[in-house]
Write a protein of this length. Structure first.
Length: 271
């Protein structure tokens, strides 16, 4: 059984409630659940001894008190690192969680979006999801074509999204050097590739999403999953386009826009 999105646009918490809590920690995930998000996105990498852990960056010093590459440290070493104090002294003592821990925390409470940061983490992580009996509660995003090959070998039970190749990830026009027409062509080829691979949807940076892209995806039966949007006006535009899901660092703010039940939006106003 695979995950089936509901008929309303999903608000997906990026690395948990990451604007308010240290990203990819159990605290951030718990906060997102308390807010009432539709799904929580987390990043997954492997330790030196092959344990899937929640961390975005290849190097530990970005979000922990450690240093060096994640792949150069064992789970026993990483699990004791402080992963909260970088966000603020009030978060001191938060730890890097394992994928197993976050599966246990979210079971029966909220679906997970797993963004595997390296291809070697895919098979191990997918096996853990399957063994936990949570294939219907998990979406895999960030997959390129090679990831789909690994997914097919591991299981066909998990909803998987395709990230198109050759898009300048993490940049917004006009910063990107890619011509807008070229970028749109890459996205359209990505939509077609996702359909051919049997993906459930296409996972796109919001800058490359417009009504034409959403319409083309619908033609081939794909959902459109969008990241990362913290601006209210842009979020509303994407919802009006009919996207499947929007990932955000500020889920409380965006839940207020779509009218989902959540605590009062006490965050600062504006985009």
């Amino acid at each position: 059984m695979s995950y089936q999105p509901p008929p309303w646009p999903l608000v997906v918490a990026h690395r948990g409630d990451s604007a308010q809590k240290p990203e990819n920690t159990l605290l951030a995930v718990e906060s997102a659940i308390d807010i009432g998000v539709d799904m929580v996105e987390v990043d997954v990498r492997l330790t030196k001894d092959g344990v899937p852990v929640l961390i975005h960056y290849a190097r530990l010093e970005h979000t922990t008190a450690g240093s060096g590459l994640v792949t150069d440290h064992t789970w026993e070493e990483i699990r004791h690192l402080d992963a909260g104090v970088w966000k603020g002294p009030e978060f001191a003592g938060e730890r890097v969680p394992s994928l197993e821990e976050v599966l246990d925390l979210t079971r029966g409470r909220v679906p997970l979006n797993l963004d595997f940061q390296t291809s070697d983490a895919v098979a191990r992580g997918v096996a853990m999801v399957r063994d936990a009996g949570m294939t219907g509660d998990v979406v895999v995003s960030g997959c390129r074509v090679d990831c789909f090959e690994i997914m097919a070998a591991a299981t066909n039970e998990i909803t998987t999204l395709l990230n198109p190749d050759k898009l300048p990830a993490g940049t917004d026009p006009p910063e990107t050097k890619m011509d807008p027409a070229e970028a749109l062509a890459v996205v359209r080829r990505g939509v077609d590739a996702a359909g051919a691979l049997g993906a459930a949807g296409i996972n796109l940076q919001h800058s490359f999403v417009d009504t034409a892209v959403v319409a083309r995806a619908r033609e081939v039966g794909l959902g459109v999953w969008v990241w990362v949007v913290d601006d209210k006006a842009r979020f509303a535009e994407l919802i009006d386009m009919g996207v499947t899901a929007v990932t955000t660092n500020r889920p409380a703010r965006m839940l207020a826009i779509v009218g989902s039940p959540s605590p009062a939006d006490t965050e600062e106003t504006g985009g």
